[in-house]
Design a protein around this ligand. Structure first.
Ligand SMILES: *[C@@H]1O[C@H](CO)[C@@H](O)[C@H](O)[C@H]1NC(C)=O
Ligand SMILES: *[C@@H]1O[C@H](CO)[C@@H](O)[C@H](O)[C@H]1NC(C)=O
Ligand SMILES: *[C@@H]1O[C@H](CO)[C@@H](O)[C@H](O)[C@H]1NC(C)=O
Ligand SMILES: *[C@@H]1O[C@H](CO)[C@@H](O)[C@H](O)[C@H]1NC(C)=O
Ligand SMILES: *[C@@H]1O[C@H](CO)[C@@H](O)[C@H](O)[C@H]1NC(C)=O
Ligand SMILES: *[C@@H]1O[C@H](CO)[C@@H](O)[C@H](O)[C@H]1NC(C)=O
Ligand SMILES: *[C@@H]1O[C@H](CO)[C@@H](O)[C@H](O)[C@H]1NC(C)=O
Ligand SMILES: *[C@@H]1O[C@H](CO)[C@@H](O)[C@H](O)[C@H]1NC(C)=O
Ligand SMILES: *[C@@H]1O[C@H](CO)[C@@H](O)[C@H](O)[C@H]1NC(C)=O
Ligand SMILES: [Cu+2]
Length: 526
């Protein structure tokens, strides 16, 4: 019984599910956009930033066709799509999107259709983005919401619609290619110019772009779905004069827990219920972010990283209260990961296998960068992991730098991150499955009774311990969601039973064509 949720999803074959099919076409294009008033070329889905939400119900099938129409040589012209946090089923590992692990990138002029049967038990707040290097920094990122018509938390809120999706994103004026070159040359991630909320923001010296508005009606309760789509920044989310109740972490229902501020790392999602129980008015939503400071980029101004909660009947103007970074001192009731527990009792099984991941950094100029156990992850750019496994099964060979860890099926793996002395948390994100966060950075004990369950958790100075099950065959990347760190080596691949992967994963002709098309590109287009 203790593995109830997991077992249920494992034994229900996709054919049992009678959901609808949600079909979407994403034309990935270059377009000049100015979300903060500064015009730059972007890489965006259907010409929009942020990309339009993909909306589904629990158990639906998602059929997403990506047409690569990229032409701008100042940015990467190949691409790939990841449905972040979605439990892609094991035999569909090839639809997972991780460039150089699950597939070759999609070449310009080519298409790839990802056909994903959603897990019958998975609902909540997700997002989709380019999973090629740091390309999502150039704009290809948007929300993916899986609604649950039988949401067990429905009694806690009245409104949950497109108006209540809150997307936090860091934004750079330079292209990600230039920024990555800067990082490699200086060992310093370029400091974001702007923090965007729902696609708008301001920077020092820029125009006064109107802040995003979340409209509410007094006395109604709103489920805000907050997505940290940042490539680096972590945000402290709060709303002036309002408490909120957290009910979801990364697609997992939680026991309701209240506070007035929550830190959100890159790649993490929370649903919070806000009761519009204050006098009719305009209130600041504060989302100051970390990641560099104004001293290293004079454009950056944390007091601009905000939106407005506007009650129906309030004047159409900014709040008149000071622009703070949220509650402080005795007024601060911060909710930390270690206090949150899943709604459905689902403790982790005892560990069968233990991995220790020591994270360290040596300067990029010396050719290494970020390392896990002294391995700086770099994929084999001609031969993605899954391709090698499909060709060679258990005999597949990997370079050390591919940091591929072969695991047996149906085991519980514990990953221990010893304390590191980095000044920021590394939000490690697992593809295809969830993690039991036995010891979050904010915890002091190992909780094997009711730990938080999510797919992204920060590892830092206090050390963390997570567990996951190897019940899905295939190659699943486990990486830091600070995409700059990942590009500099902070990743590894969990390869579950290559022999069974070879026997069961059947990608099809369109997938088979991706590598030949990619490998035929001139080097500067790859
Ligand atoms: C960004 O672009 C500007 C103008 O081209 C340049 O001066 C600056 O060095 C660039 N910064 C980075 C981090 O690439
Ligand atoms: C988003 O994640 C980044 C990186 O972990 C973090 O610095 C930033 O504060 C987060 N933003 C929010 C709003 O939580
Ligand atoms: C928020 O919660 C705190 C702590 O429970 C409480 O003291 C405060 O009155 C609440 N504020 C509002 C606006 O409900
Ligand atoms: C978030 O708030 C905590 C507690 O006040 C503070 O330690 C941290 O520096 C803040 N982070 C950001 C990104 O503002
Ligand atoms: C941020 O913007 C405000 C309002 O324009 C300004 O008063 C403040 O000096 C700016 N802060 C920084 C660090 O640039
Ligand atoms: C690179 O390594 C050499 C030899 O260990 C060392 O002397 C040098 O300081 C390193 N460079 C940087 C930028 O750390
Ligand atoms: C770490 O890796 C580097 C480069 O691959 C190698 O030279 C060095 O000996 C390794 N150090 C340890 C402690 O394994
Ligand atoms: C190692 O990587 C290179 C390309 O970087 C590739 O040609 C070679 O086949 C790889 N070796 C293995 C064992 O995968
Ligand atoms: C938590 O578990 C890890 C890994 O099993 C272990 O190394 C560590 O000592 C435990 N910590 C505590 C406080 O029990
Ligand atoms: Cu990191």
């Amino acid at each position: 019984m203790k593995n109830f949720l997991y077992l249920l999803s494992a034994v229900l074959p996709a054919a049992f599910v009678s959901g609808n099919t949600v079909s979407t076409t994403i034309n990935v294009v270059n377009r000049n956009l100015a979300p903060d008033g500064f015009t730059r070329s972007t890489v965006v889905a259907n010409g929009q930033f942020p990309a339009a939400p993909i909306i589904a119900n629990k158990g639906d099938r998602l059929v997403i066709t990506v047409n690569n129409r990229l032409t701008d040589p100042t940015m990467r012209r190949v691409t790939s799509l990841n449905l972040d946090g979605v439990f892609v089923q094991a035999p569909e590992n090839f639809d997972e999107g991780q460039a150089f692990v699950a597939q070759c990138p999609i070449a310009p002029g080519h298409s790839f259709t990802q056909d994903v049967q959603l897990d019958p038990n998975q609902a909540g707040t997700f997002w989709y983005h380019s999973q090629l290097s740091v390309q999502y920094v150039d704009g290809f990122r948007g929300p993916l919401i899986i609604y649950d018509p039988e949401d067990p938390q429905k009694h806690l809120y009245d409104v949950d619609d497109l108006n209540t999706i809150i997307q936090l994103a860091d934004w750079w004026h330079n292209s990600s290619v230039d920024s990555l070159a800067f990082f490699a040359a200086h060992d310093m991630i370029p400091v974001a110019d702007t923090g965007l909320i729902n696609g708008v923001g301001r920077f020092n010296g820029g125009p006064a772009i109107p802040f995003a508005v979340v409209n509410v009606v007094q006395h109604r309760r709103y489920r805000l779905r907050i997505i940290n789509e940042s490539a680096r920044a972590a945000y402290n989310f709060s709303i002036d004069s309002h408490n909120f109740t957290i009910i979801e972490t990364d697609g997992v229902n939680t026991n309701p827990i209240s506070g007035n501020q929550i830190p959100i790392l890159a790649g993490q999602r929370y649903s919070v219920v806000v009761n519009a129980n204050q006098p009719v008015g305009n209130y600041w939503i504060n989302a100051p972010f970390s990641g560099g400071n104004a001293a290293s980029n004079p454009n950056q101004n944390l007091t601009f990283s905000r939106a407005i909660l506007r009650y129906s009947g309030a004047p159409n103007r900014d709040p008149t209260t000071p622009r703070t970074e949220g509650p402080t001192g005795s007024a601060l009731h911060q909710v930390v990961e270690a206090q949150i527990s899943p709604l459905v009792h689902n403790p982790p099984p005892p560990a069968d296998i233990q991995l220790v991941f020591s994270v360290a950094f040596t300067p990029l100029q010396n050719g290494t960068g970020w390392r896990i156990n002294n391995i700086s992850y770099q994929p084999d750019r001609q031969n993605p992991t899954l391709l090698k496994v499909i060709q060679n099964g258990a005999e597949a060979q990997f370079n050390v730098s591919e940091h591929t860890i072969v695991l047996p099926q149906h085991k519980t793996v514990e990953v221990v991150f010893p304390s590191n002395d980095d000044d920021e948390l590394h939000p490690f994100h697992m593809h295809g499955m969830n993690l039991w966060v036995v010891k979050p950075d904010s915890g002091t004990v190992n909780n094997t009774v009711n730990p938080i369950i999510r797919d992204t958790t920060g590892s830092g100075a206090a050390g963390t311990v997570v567990r996951f099950r190897t019940d899905k065959v295939g190659a699943w990347i486990y990486h830091c969601h600070i995409m700059w760190h990942m590009a500099a080596g902070l990743g590894s691949v969990m390869l579950v039973d290559p022999a069974v992967t070879q026997a069961t994963v059947r990608p099809g002709v369109q997938w088979d064509g991706l590598c030949p098309a990619y490998n035929a590109l001139p080097a500067d287009e790859q």
